[in-house]
Design a protein around this ligand. Structure first.
Ligand code: NAP
Ligand code: MG
Length: 486
């Protein structure tokens, strides 16, 4: 084994904060039937910046009566939207995509302030991918009969009114993943963003007004879990699309079971990232960084279980320790920042609970310690655990934070067995320089998405989704369209 030399120079960067000059209203209404209106409930929730706990805005909390207004508007709009010429629907999707591009900086800053993710990620990943999703689906509008052929060659029918519930980890991107295919297929939408990260969805509502999207085609109702529950329970919703935790997914499935409502679920994961001894080690270590520390590890498909071939384990762990030390944790609006703030206090407490469990179960924690963490806000240093047993809680449960569990294997069969030893099946990574081995291992792994010699790559044309407790249904590409066609 070659031990990498400990770097002797430390690089200091001058702060490079992005300007926060974006308009944030003190109060946002619900976006129903093309206009913002006061909630009938009269209630609102504060949304804060998790990096400094500063109050950003009050968002409305929709109750069952508000949800009903949104569903009624979506039902009314469905009549003409589903019959609109395909190119007319495409025109709006193209307009939305272009407007997201034009307002990209503002959306990225807003996303970072509301969510805590590094500006580098919201600027270079979230917002461009959100625009790409609308562009991609604009192109499908007039090609649906090839996406989903019907017996008589006619264009397939939309499902109808879609209730869509999204989480806080990729707020605008998840909104785009949900809205773009639904609209391309001729459905109308009632979307509920997560209560801690609604600001970019509300900005998207302004964009929908700017592009003259017909009223009611997309309605955006903010609120907490109760608002989501009201949407799921509404009788006149034809389909529910949910991304979030497996527990809430299960609860939703039990409500929609026995009804005519269609359902797709994109849930949690505990995805394996497997490094074979014949892999390019430095690239693989870089891949571990993007697998687990991107977005503070708050990624459903995060590579949160690292499986390393025993003969290279010491080398990989040492290189990983050094690489982790170079991560810059801190102000998410600073363009040098690699790891930002955790989205909420409750999520931070959940992650800290898992870290305590890992230590109590006897695993060893390796942590990047950063003395300059801001005094306020929700912060968790990136870390990894060695000495992890497959039965440990940190090896089995989704942590949804910057915490990696490292385990070893001796043979390819053992790697596959360990990789599949989970109730989830969302993604996996395979690192090897032998293409035949990558193919052979990928064939045996039960996961919806498998990356070879890379991790966390997304494209609007590539379907994404899970197996087993990670959910069902696909989003993106041709497969994703079938979730929105009758
Ligand atoms: P969550 O409760 O599943 O939230 C996801 C979305 O569902 C949010 O919009 C949430 O609203 C809403 N919701 C909550 N309860 C609902 C209900 N009974 N019926 C309908 N909608 C409901 O997730 P979380 O509490 O934010 O996070 C908990 C854990 O879930 C995380 O630690 C992580 O393990 C996992 N998670 C997974 C993903 C993923 O992409 N797969 C994303 C986020 C979280 P509010 O947020 O306003 O309550
Ligand atoms: Mg917030």
């Amino acid at each position: 084994m070659t031990t990498p030399a400990t770097p002797t120079t430390s690089w200091e960067y001058a702060p490079a904060p992005e300007s926060t000059k974006v308009e944030i209203k003190s109060q946002y209404g619900l976006f129903i039937d093309g206009t913002f209106r006061e909630p009938r409930s009269g209630r609102s929730i504060a949304t804060i910046n998790p990096a400094n706990e500063a109050h950003l805005s009050q968002i409305s909390e929709a109750d069952a009566a508000d949800v009903n207004l949104a569903v009624v508007a979506a039902r009314r709009a469905l009549k003409s939207w589903r019959r609109a010429p395909a190119l007319e629907r495409a025109k709006y999707l193209y307009r939305i995509a272009r407007r997201i591009q034009e307002r990209a900086r503002e959306l990225a800053v807003l996303e970072t302030m509301d969510n805590g993710k590094p500006i580098r990620e919201s600027r270079d990943e979230d917002i461009p991918l959100a625009a790409a999703h609308f562009f991609h689906h604009a192109g499908w509008c007039d090609k649906l009969r090839w996406a989903s052929p019907t017996a008589d060659g006619s264009a397939p029918e939309p499902i109808g009114v879609c209730g869509q519930i999204i989480p806080w980890n990729f707020p605008l991107l998840m909104a785009a993943w949900k809205i773009a295919p639904a609209l391309a297929c001729g459905n109308t939408v009632v979307l509920k963003p997560a209560e801690t990260t609604s600001l970019t969805a509300l900005r998207l509502a302004e964009i929908l007004q700017e592009v003259d999207l017909p009223p009611g085609v997309v309605n955006i109702i903010t609120g907490a879990g109760e608002t989501g529950r009201d949407l799921v329970a509404h009788d006149d919703v034809d389909k529910i699309a949910f991304t979030g935790s497996t527990d809430v997914g299960r609860a939703i499935a039990s409500v929609t079971a026995g009804t005519k409502k269609r359902l797709t679920l994109e849930l949690g994961g505990k995805s394996p990232n497997i490094i074979f001894a014949d892999a390019a080690i430095d690239q693989a270590v870089e891949g571990v960084v993007s697998a687990i520390w991107v977005n503070q590890g708050q990624v459903c498909c995060a590579g949160s279980r690292l499986l390393v071939e025993e003969s290279i384990a010491d080398e990989v762990i040492e290189k990983l320790r050094l690489r982790m030390r170079s991560l810059r944790v801190g102000d998410p609006l600073d363009k040098n920042t690699d790891v930002g703030a955790i989205n909420s206090r409750s999520q931070l407490e959940r992650i800290e609970g898992y870290i305590r469990d890992g230590i109590a179960e006897g695993a060893q924690r390796h942590e990047v310690s950063n003395a300059t963490l801001p005094a306020k806000g929700f912060w968790c240093n990136p870390c990894f655990f060695t000495g992890v047993q497959p039965a440990h809680k940190i090896a089995r449960e989704e942590i949804f934070g910057p915490v990696l569990a490292v385990m070893t294997f001796r043979t390819p069969d053992e790697a596959v067995a360990r990789a599949n030893n989970t109730m989830y099946g969302l993604s996996a990574g395979i690192w090897t320089s032998r293409g035949s081995k990558a193919y052979e291992i990928a064939r045996q792994i039960k996961a919806g998405v498998i990356w070879c010699n890379t991790f966390n790559q997304f494209d609007a044309a590539a379907p994404f989704g899970g197996y087993r407790e990670s959910g069902f249904g696909r989003e993106g590409g041709r497969s994703g369209l079938s979730a929105y066609l009758a």
